[in-house]
Design a binder for this molecule. Sequence first.
Ligand code: ZN
Length: 336
Amino acid sequence: MSWDVQFRHGVWLPQAGWWLDAHRPVARSFVSHAHSDHVARHREILCSAGTARLMRARLPAARVEHVLPFGQPERLAAAITVTLHPAGHIFGSAQCLLAHDRHGTLLYTGDFKLRPGLSAEPCATPPADVLIMETTFGRPGYVFPPAESVLADIAEFCRQTVADGTTPVLFGYSLGKSQELLQGLASAQLPVMLHPQTYKLTRVYEELGLKFPPYRVFDAAEIAGHVVICPPQSGRSVFLQGIPRRRTAAVTGWALDAGAVYRYQCDVVFPLSDHADFPGLLAFVDRVRPRLVYTLHGFAQEFARTLRARGFEAWALGAPNQLDLGLADGSGGIDR
Ligand SMILES: [Zn+2]
């Protein structure tokens, strides 16, 4: 007997009677973090305190919330306990570790990154028998430079752009990436304006106890000398039209792809991600030491093949498992 892991619209664990990050409304789902591709209007949710607060800001709804502190086991169902561990992806992001009396342990990562972030709890790597992991950047070419050097490059780009009398505009997802940028720009000593959506979520981060350098909400009339942080925009967006003299930069792991400046319709790209890169994914598996791995998102089939070549039993969830046909299966596009 082992864990029964099924994939439909999210991961379904029939033995527990719970979904993991269901994409559509269901009766009971673990919600790993508050990004929009991981939340829906479920009847009952299991999540961290940070995710519960961020979800109330992003998707207010009547629901039963089971809010668990990190590291504290709770009974989830007959013969099953659950413990949440930080995933290091964004603030509040959690992995869930399930322990069954007979089937052993199962770890579901949600989105995660091993590198310490400036606005997320450090990622844990609890050992588990079965591992369900995200593999967004599961291809060998995705090796991110150190975050400090990328943040230093971003700060330099902002300083030079302001010195030219132009406004630097940084495209980053409004939850997680933007707050790390805000922290990372502190050393640049440049005043920062946030898109209203980013501003609102940053205020929630502050309510949750995080501290940031000074910032203000976007105001086109007083933009001179400021750095603007906003969600990715097309060049024709009303928001960008309010900033006639601008240089734009997308901040995303996909910056490593050829042609990223065209995809993001920006002047430059910087490779800073809230996801693990390829070496980070491998290091994570080595620390968890699972006997069976299911991969999810991005280059799931390719990463499962990589793990099989390293001696693990590994399968992609939610995708046909062509064995060694060399088919490209990445998704790209979003990095959140
Ligand atoms: Zn995410």
